[in-house]
Design a protein around this ligand. Sequence first.
Ligand code: AHR
Length: 515
Amino acid sequence: MRHFLKSAGIIFLLTSSTVFAQNKVTLSGDLGKHTINRHIYGHFAEHLGKCIYGGFYVGENNTKIPNKDGVRMDVVEALKKMKIPNLRWPGGCFADTYQWKDGIGPKANRPKIVNVWWGNVTEDNSFGTHDFLNMCELIGTEPYLAGNVGSGTVKDLSDWVQYVNFKGVSPMSDLRAKNGRENPWKVRYWGVGNEAWGCGGNMKPDYYANIYRQYATFMNASFENNERLFRIASGASDNDYNWTETLMREIPHNMLEGIAMHHYSVIDWKHKGPSTTFTEELYFKTMKEALLMDELVKRHSTIMDKYDPAKKVALVVDEWGGWYDVEPGTNPGFLFQQNTMRDAVLAGATLNIFHKYCERVRMANLAQVVNVLQSVILTNEEKMILTPTYHVLEMYNVHQDATMLPVEVQSNDYTFGNEKLPAISVSASRDKNGAVHVSLVNIDPNKAQDITINVTGVNASGVTGRILTSGKVQDYNTFENPGKIQPAVFGGASLKNNVLTVKLPPVSVVVLELK
Ligand code: AHR
């Protein structure tokens, strides 16, 4: 009897701990109110390393790599498939050194300058305003131009607005026509400087707020059909809440459409760690930094709510992603890094956070699109590969402009040493055709996760899905083996009586469709 009681006790303990450790999610299909703005799926192209030259642009005379006006077509096609909604250019830190008039007119006459932020290399200005905006048309994406506030003038920036947007007779539109473009491009998104607290001029927030007001005043006169520009103030770094507070207080909201915020998942700026040969400790730390995005977005949003309860001003996370040591033997100023399953998990979890706060976060830009930091594409001469991050953004694009459906998540812990993180990350939305999509990430590199999702307000009888995973979190695609990591059909989910059960392998990203 004593023996029986002892075993019963063990069984009870095992059962209760199993139940306690069960991931549980509730998905409220009837409570969707806010749209996931497609612009949170934006990207960033900077004159940095091989992002522009070699990444996007290989020159008009290149006969080895198929191109249109020098822009490589393999990259264009890949970005179209991923559904890239906007592209930020020309920086970054480069933006506050960029004189846009250097990049127009006959290429042979364009001045050669030094790219002082990124390796002191020669920038020959062969890729300029026309090249970028025509490329955006080719890709079918909206341009987001970052203006030079740090070393430019109010007139330079208002001239740029007029050059690209004004249809009537004016010195700048005449110059544009002379340079081969009769009709304006109609650029809506404009950054008023970049990282004004740092490489954009080392300004204090009050000073920048005044400068912003001055620049923004002269940036709105020239748009077509009284359409308003979407002006984005250079925003806080990470948890600099005072920066956001000062801007929200000091800038009239009728001259401010968005405030930026930058957060990179860096474990230590001096020792960032390798991009592929990282330990589990480094992985854990990177994910901790990535998940910090939730708190950052929440607290910046709370400050914005105080001054703007109607949420008219958007929070624009226009630089985010993982940042590691450059690949051995590459130029340290080029920020070239490989991209593993760690990056895929980081991207999935971050996008789930943006979905959660989609009422305020209405635009974001992953840094950076090709060959720099957390890239979706890597190129090497005529070769091009898609990274695990690319596949996550492509899988997730079903959420673009869909209605966010609230989820409540009770997660198992992923523990490392004495620390823990939630093992799973989840978000959901309903698209315009009524299909419900659920995105799930298993951050834990060691354990599969069983998840039970109670679904209300969704009339669906079946579930299909796609998964991105690999044997090790350090795995990545190479030019020799470009298809090692790619989405596959997912058979680990079932739907019965409004209960969705899912089994996620370690380090995996899954997108389900309920129909
Ligand atoms: O993305 C690389 C750099 O990081 C950008 O140029 C700058 O804005 C940020 O500090």
